[in-house]
Design a protein around this ligand. Structure first.
Ligand code: GLA
Length: 414
């Protein structure tokens, strides 16, 4: 088992000496509110009791050297030229360095990374790495950050890996609280803790397929970001609302007529055509931090918007259900979320459908894919007495791993 002691020993074995800083960055499981954060609409995740640990010590030579117990290839990245890494996990390190360019310029660091948070999509291992590395480096260089600031920098840093993600993962990791979910809002930014009632346990189960959002999933993910931006642009036009900057469904979701008008949206449309139709600059729709999106590529618009607007309502209903201790309703909302992700957002897979169905059948209140989808993990909410049965059903469905997770504290220094 990985602990602050084992990571210190690992650091000593690799680099010699003691680290000056050890950070624990937990994974996260999103309970509900999927593919809503990048639309500026709320999410309801927990930080979990599985984490990535990062041990760091400063050096004088301006080079970041990092070894991971889980990933191949030691990183050696010059602070003066942090871009263009070929190894996927190194991209997160270079994104972190880019965001910390103004902190102790010229100094370097040695990092040793280990943990018990599985990679592969769904539990936010990449965000745990990025939030943890940013916090560890800033502290090692004498400028420790508030967790919320580490989350903000990590969100931008991760966009350098190409997926235009929304900011849920980094905040859940930075700000999680034992025994609570977090309701995170984006327009304007706010976090509210939602106590989890008695009699509620969570199981997560691997679908058997990796879904790295910095890799194969990036393009599919970005297509959904663009599809929802087109929907926001066109809905705003239909409703006679002026939107500034990037069009987000969160800007129109509060208007009653929006949920009625959504059926008027086109099934498919290219960003260029949408921008022409409403006389807007297409850059507002396709502008990303680093990756490029083809303005002539047709993307589904109506279904993505239907998923997002209905999912935002389910987040509100789920929070109410948790406050009332109504776990049956909470479970039903998770199932409805999964159906909407499968049918409208189209980010489920046969393996995710199968494992979610198996967990429901074995006594869960409800189950759904968690995270971006396309593989990765599913989550089930279940009575504590059913945890074992749900784990076994999940392993029988896809081969596992499947295990219980508990809502835990966020980022900490060990
Ligand atoms: C990934 C992203 C998040 C969020 C989810 C989908 O995990 O990193 O920002 O968009 O997908 O809800």
């Amino acid at each position: 088992m990985v602990s602050a002691e084992s990571i210190r020993a690992g650091f000593g074995g690799r680099f010699g000496g003691e680290p000056s800083v050890v950070v624990r960055a937990p994974g996260r499981v999103n309970l509900i509110g999927e593919h809503t954060d990048y639309c500026g609409l709320p999410v309801l995740p927990i930080a979990i009791d599985r984490a990535t640990f990062i041990a760091a010590a400063p050096t004088a030579d301006g080079i970041l050297r990092a070894t991971s117990a889980a990933f191949p290839a030691q990183a050696e990245i010059a602070r003066s030229a942090p871009r263009h890494q070929s190894e996927p996990w190194h991209q997160y390190l270079s994104g972190a360095l880019h965001e910390l360019a103004a902190v102790a310029p010229g100094r370097g660091a040695n990092l040793f990374i280990d943990g018990d948070l599985p990679a592969g999509g769904g539990l936010s291992s990449s965000s745990a790495l990025t939030v943890g590395v940013i916090s560890a480096l800033a502290a090692a260089w004498g400028s420790p950050l508030e967790p919320v600031e580490a989350a903000r920098l990590a969100t931008t840093a991760e966009r350098h890996a190409g997926a235009e993600t929304g900011g849920m993962d980094q905040q859940a990791i930075a700000l999680g609280r034992a025994g609570n979910a977090l309701r995170i809002e984006f327009l304007p930014p706010a976090v509210r803790y939602v106590p989890l009632p008695e009699g509620l346990a969570f199981v997560v189960a691997y679908s058997g397929q990796d879904a790295p959002k910095g890799g194969s999933v990036r393009d599919a993910y970005n297509e959904r970001v663009v599809g929802t931006r087109i929907a926001a642009l066109m809905l705003a036009d239909m409703l006679g609302v002026e939107l500034e900057g990037t069009p987000l469904l969160g800007n129109v979701a509060g208007i009653d007529a929006a949920s009625v008008m959504v059926v008027e949206l086109p099934d498919q449309m290219a960003p260029r055509n949408a921008a022409n139709a409403v006389e807007a600059n297409v850059e507002r729709v396709i502008q990303f931090a680093t990756s490029h999106f083809d303005s002539a590529r047709k993307v589904p618009v109506k279904r993505y918007a239907q998923h997002v607007l209905s999912e935002a309502e389910r987040v509100d209903a789920a929070e109410v259900a948790l406050a009332a201790g109504d776990l049956k309703t909470f479970g039903r909302l998770l199932n409805e979320s999964h159906d909407s992700l499968r049918n409208d957002c189209r980010c489920s897979t046969p393996a995710l459908d199968k494992v979610a169905a198996a967990m429901r059948k074995s006594g869960a209140f409800g189950a759904r894919l968690t995270g971006a989808g396309f593989g990765g993990y599913a989550v089930a909410a279940c009575p504590p007495a059913k945890v074992q049965a749900v784990v076994e059903a999940a392993v029988a469905a896809t081969g596992g791993p499947a295990f219980e997770v508990t809502a835990s504290d966020g980022l900490s220094f060990a």
